[in-house]
Design a protein around this ligand. Structure first.
Ligand code: ZN
Length: 473
């Protein structure tokens, strides 16, 4: 398989005008590395891309670099490992730990989906096949190599990488790639960028100098409102307490659960809400909670300095961690006031479905959404005012209060993205805007041109560009 014969080529294999399937291929005459290896999620057309082979043989890729553990950035790894990729996977130590949790779970879900398709009789494959199995995911974990932040490491023949903090979730990084012989770094990939106001993660580091910057644009067309999310969460919970109801908080397993627990502890300690029983019911969230608590206990530099060494910041009063199916089922008998934090965050699956089916029909309860609700999900439908919901095969009336606190987001908004770019030491040749729906990407692209005066484009799916032209250094 031939490498890029001339110059250094960057190819966009995913996250183009969509928020999932992050995959970017950098090829030099000597080597080929893939930056992020994400699963496509969302509508059928996007999900079918997961079944199409990459435009290059998996075995011809020398290494993979991961910005962070979220499945839309890491969830295709077991698939390329299954189809011949044998090289190392470079990621920060916390990303490695979180991938040990999320990838086997993803493999299990792929197998479940195949079993379900088999039972329901719909599938192109006979018998239905999973994209990959839990076993494939466990095997791919052996290829991981931990890289510390700010270390310069050779990731393939003549290609070096530096991971810098991105403040989005624990372990999340922006990655800068240097190519031997070139005077200026080839590309800085933003990864997903956190908000400078994350309650316990340090803000993103400024971008390292590079000829090209590839930046995410999830909220490229939005400004998060300036209201105080903790105060709004407190008000929403107080209403449930007054009604002696139960608050169900669907939360993404990694980072959202931790942020919610952090705010709950502060709300109780400052007397804004009374102490009440809090249940966390998601095996993946509880596993990720341990990774976060360890990071805090060990004084990890990703944690804000004033909060290091006190893992109890994520342990509010009266917290019950439902680790077993029996413990999860016991929550059914809980009477209000109480709170249940459970995954998935957009109410598309997971244990939260059982809690919603039970709690939605009671007007004393509240469902509080604390993250981005994508179009087409059950979470979006509830926020949009749906009066009934189909859960676990039956329809239930929606009588509980629905609260939308989506500005709990872990993604930077437009001004924060522009501020991050502004902090670059020098103007890049080109900014490539990825990881956003079409409107968000094009809005941010226009803002980069107008406000910074830089060359910016929204790349097309599978577009190839020269990151460093031949004979240029
Ligand atoms: Zn992410």
């Amino acid at each position: 398989m031939s490498r890029a014969r001339h110059g250094t080529v960057l190819e966009f294999l995913g996250a183009t005008q969509t928020v999932t399937g992050s995959r970017f291929l950098l090829s030099t005459p000597r080597a080929r590395v893939l930056i992020d290896c994400g699963l496509y999620q969302g509508n059928k057309e996007l999900r079918e891309r997961n079944w199409k082979p990459l435009p290059v043989d998996a075995e011809s890729i020398d290494s993979v670099l991961l910005t962070h553990a979220h499945i839309d950035h890491s969830g295709y790894l077991p698939r390329i490992a299954r189809t011949g990729f044998r090289g190392p996977i470079f990621a920060t130590p916390r990303t490695v730990e979180l991938c040990e949790i999320v990838l086997p779970d993803s493999g299990y879900l792929q197998e479940e989906e195949a079993r379900y398709a088999s039972a329901a009789g719909y599938s192109k494959h006979s018998p239905p096949l999973p994209l990959y199995t839990q076993e494939d995911a466990l095997t791919s974990l052996k290829q991981f190599r931990a890289v510390d932040f700010d270390d310069r490491v050779e990731v393939a023949d003549g290609i070096w990488a530096i991971f810098r903090q991105a403040g989005h979730i624990l372990g999340s990084a922006s990655i800068t790639l240097e190519v031997e012989g070139a005077q200026r770094a080839a590309v800085t990939f933003s990864g997903d960028l956190g908000r400078p106001s994350h309650p316990f993660l340090c803000p993103p580091a400024p971008p390292a100098d590079a000829r090209n910057i590839v930046i995410e644009s999830t909220y490229g067309d939005e400004e998060h409102c300036e209201s105080n999310p903790e105060q709004q969460l407190g008000e929403a919970i107080q209403k449930v307490v007054d009604r002696a109801g139960v608050a169900v908080i669907p939360a993404f397993a990694v980072d959202r659960t931790e942020v919610v627990l952090f705010h709950l502890k502060r709300l109780v300690e400052s007397g804004v809400i009374p102490s009440l029983p809090i249940y966390v019911d998601s095996p993946m969230a509880l596993a990720s909670l341990e990774v976060y608590r360890n990071a805090i206990r060990e004084g990890d530099h990703q944690i804000r300095a004033e909060l290091r060494a006190d893992p109890d910041i994520l342990r509010p009063d009266q917290l019950t961690e439902a680790r077993t199916v029996e413990a999860s089922k016991a929550i059914r008998n809980v009477r209000g006031p109480a709170m249940i934090v459970s995954a998935s965050g957009m109410a598309t699956g997971g244990r939260v479905l059982h809690h919603l089916a039970q709690r939605l029909p009671d007007a004393r309860n509240s469902i509080i959404f604390v993250g981005f609700q994508a179009a087409g999900t059950r979470g979006r439908a509830l926020i949009d005012g749906r009066r009934e919901a189909k859960l676990l095969g039956r329809h239930v009336p929606v009588k509980s209060e629905i609260v939308d606190l989506s500005h709990f987001s872990v993604h930077a908004d437009q001004s924060e993205l522009l501020d991050w770019l502004r902090a670059a030491p020098n103007e890049p040749d080109t900014v490539y805007v990825v990881h956003g729906e079409a409107r968000a990407a094009s809005t941010l692209c226009d803002a980069v041109r107008d406000q910074l005066g830089w060359c910016a484009v929204v790349p097309r799916y599978r577009e190839r560009v020269l990151a460093i032209p031949a004979n240029s250094n």
